[in-house]
Design a protein around this ligand. Sequence first.
Ligand code: ZN
Length: 656
Amino acid sequence: MGVIIHEALQHQKTTAETLRQQQDTEVPHEPIESDAQVQILTEEAAELLQSIPTDLAAAGPVAFAKHLVEAATLNHDQRAPVALIANDMQMAWEKQGKPKLMDPVGRILRMLLLGGGGCGKSRIVNLVLSALFLIFWGPRGCVKAAPSNKAARGILGKTLHIAAKLGGGSLNIMNLRPQTAAKRALEYLWTPCGAFIIDEAPQGAAALYHAVALRSCYGRVAAHEVELSDYAEPSQSFGAMPIVVECGDELQLPPVPASAGVFAEQSQAATEHLAGVEIFKQKDYVYRLSTMKRFTDATQISILTKMRRSGGCKLTKQEWKALRDTDISAASATEQRRRLEGTELWYQAAPTWATVSMAQVIRSRLSAVKAAATLFIVPAKDYVLNRPVNARLTDAYLAEVISSVPNMNNTGRLPSIGLFHLGMVIRLTNTVEAPEAVTDSTGEIVGIDLDPDEPSAATEHTSAIEGIRILHRLPTITVKLHGVRTNFLPPMPCTLHAATGACRDCTSCDFRAGCIAVEPQLARRSFPVEVQDPGGNCAYTIQVQRRQLPMTIKTASTIHTLQGVTTDPGLIFHWKFPRFFSEELRWLATYVALSRPPSLAQLISVGLPDELRNIIEAGPPEGILSRFNDMFEEKEKATHIRAAEVMRELGWDATD
Ligand SMILES: [Zn+2]
């Protein structure tokens, strides 16, 4: 077993390294055209594109976009921003003499596409805009990116860091001039690009946004007529990129720290931050999607709509009662059991790490029972780097104190107790192999390889509880990642092909698409733990370095991780906010919690406070709202008037 997994890991490392060479540096070999398209189009989008007559592009962007919005079954609201984009593209295309591929330089438009959960933003980006831009600017004509790994994976894009080829470098303007290798990588990525899509743009830091705007200019200055010194001017931003579409929701939890965001107060911000905000403000269109497709519950939709109303709005008695009724804290034990029946696979989330770490254990146990699988439990290996000389600080005592640090942001994002079973759906808490197995990637456990030195189960007397096995050594775990098709691991031939090796055409041979072996990681940094001397008044700060598998069950999460997730089949939410949560943060967290489950019947509340009604009825936080309105209120109104006109002119408003 040990030898096989060792070889598999070698294979995986080579495969991942090749992928990184292609995606991160993107210099040495030009990928084949069809490959490049597959990478940024979802399977569904590629199929949709196949279904469109090849000569349709000759009729121009409007005709082509019309076909796409129909094939993607977008509704009236979702078609409107596409109409604006296609219409402006059409004018540019005609001006350029109706070429097969459009000029990748010369500003056409900047759009901010806003919308809360379930508005269909990712459908518009993945099925329509990506395909439209690739057709008119070629297979490398569209770059997609987002501030976080999770959001980037959602649109098959890169992180903003990678799009700017920043490595670990600083965002200070003095350090943004690229060295030779980075410059070549920037040129490869940005020279052929005609359209840039950024998801969750308001959730990123303004200084990072600024870095991308400037570094994309560096990537285009050699090939195109671009004025590097004017990179912050509306006509020259992103290297005079024809189209930039940014998506997001201003009423989401801000990045950490909150002061880095584009809607943060700017009284003492750095140059890079201010320059980033200035470029962000340069929008021709600000379109707000009003569709709430995810929700099936009229009461919930009404509550969320009222909650977002500027200046606030009272809930009806019935609406508040519907919310109160989700709370099971005051119910009898029998009633609680009844309500929790069948919720084994629900999400469980909270604003505090103490509750989340408890939820990780509960969810893992229930998930194992539901799957009728053995639950493996393995404590982290914690190394104390500066152990005090004090006999009362025994191994067991220190282990207990260390394991009670719940905040995984402090522990190198490694859990104190690893919990696994075959079939468990997990989330990676750290990057295993960029670019496809990154922090917040999700997948299913398909293999658990115990350490060769793990004592055999038969000789173990400790695990008295049925269905649970406590491991002494950290195992290697194979995960089949969601939405990934790379063959990281060597294929497993069927019996027929055992001698000749796995065969591509055989349905029994297993190429293990998207499977990745995850080894224990040693945290890069140590974390401090306060330790009280159990027999004296002395207190110590010890430094601990942890080794553990970087994963946890997907359904237990913090409020930040919950953002952007549809909590199907349901969500159990603990409402106790930490004292340090500002009013603004309380409103944002409440909005996240109420907008994740598809209906109120799929929400169970724990400890819903009476003050929640005030938070909801007060409306969105004044600060964010007024800063947003200062930037975009007029533009948003004008955009919606213009969108209605264009929809009429193009005849797109006839159907729905
Ligand atoms: Zn076979």
